[in-house]
Write a protein that binds this ligand. Structure first.
Ligand SMILES: Cc1ncc(COP(=O)(O)O)c(C=O)c1O
Length: 328
């Protein structure tokens, strides 16, 4: 179903729950019978060709051609563009585009001063990248308990902290960020910096004020993905921003290539090529988000007229809550 407006028309023309159920069956069959990518007529568990929509694909192809023509594959203009888009979106002081979410975590850990032998409190369940980033900078991950929401419990910070604890690194696993504000409050009281691993929850703006550094991933399987590995670090702090920039690129002082401000740093700037592909995806995200808001308005009008919220609209509301889960 290439055009979502067809789907909208089908849904919003229904005036009873029964009629809606029938429409859903129809939509379900239409989607499953799509043979555009897959001749079997069924939807695969993870249909890779569907990671990018038709319009995203053609725009990405165009922008890749522009980059090829320009010859700017590593550094280049799209990096700054993406950084500015993300900075504005999160209301951050600075965004540093990185070559992966894992490197974003390493940069954040170095920036808050984590050194070999230090301890970092992490939830006991996450993707391996979280603990690996801690170990990559020579520190020791200390595993905190979670509850059935898969979120790290805030009280674990006080239970596990020692004189060696140099950071707390909660993860918004599957997009959930239930206790981040409480974790931040407790850690701040104990004077321990907080880095939020937001690799799985792009779009929750309020997180920026519940941490010292926010780490994002834009690998192709995340909510918003480039056409390869990439990530970002965001912060409200000018000082942490300065350090993060240095650690993201060989320890060089900002804008001074080959002049080191740190003993070492990663070669971890986002490639211009990936930044170009990501700029297309972010643009689509902004459009989709504004379409979503418009649809939400329609939902309210519909409810007023017909006295119930269609199932599709309920799904929409859940999605909206994911994007705008402001009240942490
Ligand atoms: C929770 C979490 N943290 C970190 C990462 C690392 O991100 P990347 O694959 O961009 O290095 C991922 C995803 O892979 C992740 O799911």
């Amino acid at each position: 179903m290439k055009d979502v407006s067809i789907l909208n028309e089908m849904i919003f023309s229904a005036s009873t729950e029964n009629e809606l159920q029938e429409k859903f069956k129809d939509i379900y069959h239409r989607i499953n019978n799509e043979s555009e990518y897959d001749d079997s007529g069924s939807v695969e568990f993870l249909p890779l060709p569907r990671l990018n929509s038709h319009s995203e694909r053609s725009e990405v192809q165009d922008i890749i051609s522009v980059v090829i023509e320009s010859g700017f594959f590593t550094s280049g203009p799209y990096i700054g563009k993406v950084e500015e888009t993300l900075r504005l979106f999160y209301g951050a002081h600075t965004c540093i585009a990185t070559s992966s979410g894992t490197d974003a975590l390493k940069i954040a850990l170095k920036s808050v001063g984590v050194e070999p032998g230090d301890e970092v409190i992490v939830p006991l369940n996450s993707f391996a990248a979280t603990e690996n980033a801690v170990m990559a900078v020579g520190a020791v991950p200390v595993f905190a308990n979670i509850d059935s929401s898969f979120n790290m419990l805030p009280d674990e910070v006080d239970r596990l902290r020692t004189s060696k604890t140099k950071a707390v690194l909660p993860v918004c696993l599957y997009g959930s960020c239930m206790y981040i504000d409480a974790i931040h409050r407790i850690a701040r009281k104990a004077d321990i910096p907080v880095i939020v691993d937001a690799a799985q929850c792009f779009g929750i703006r309020s997180l920026i004020s519940h941490c010292d550094l926010l780490a994002l991933s834009f690998n192709p399987f995340k909510n918003i993905g480039s056409l390869g590995k990439s990530g970002a670090v965001l912060t409200l702090s000018p000082e942490l921003a300065r350090l993060a920039r240095q650690y993201s690129y060989h320890g060089f002082a900002e804008g001074k290539k080959n002049i080191k401000a740190q003993n070492w740093g990663l070669n971890s700037r986002m490639d211009n090529l990936q930044a170009a592909t990501l700029s297309v995806k972010l643009h689509h995200f902004e459009n989709n988000a504004s379409i979503l808001f418009k649809k939400l308005k329609k939902v309210f009008v519909y409810k007023k007229k017909h006295g119930f919220t269609p199932f599709y609209a309920k799904c929409l509301l859940i999605k909206m809550c994911q994007y705008e889960k402001i009240n942490l």
